[in-house]
Design a protein around this ligand. Structure first.
Ligand SMILES: [Zn+2]
Length: 56
């Protein structure tokens, strides 16, 4: 399980995902695109998840 919080990436937003790795990536990717108009690549999100996992 990984947790990704939108506010950790500079958004004033309460959205967070707490899910297995691939679901968390998919859901965060979709949210960023729809709500913030930012399209993260899967590579970028993989790096983000990797960083989160290393810190937990
Ligand atoms: Zn957000």
């Amino acid at each position: 399980m990984v947790k990704i919080s939108c506010k950790d990436y500079g958004f004033d937003c309460k959205f967070q995902v707490n899910d297995n790795e691939s679901n968390a990536i998919n859901r965060f990717q979709k949210h960023s695109m729809v709500i913030h108009g930012i399209e993260y690549s899967s590579g970028t999100l993989n790096q983000i998840v990797m960083r989160i996992k290393n810190h937990s």
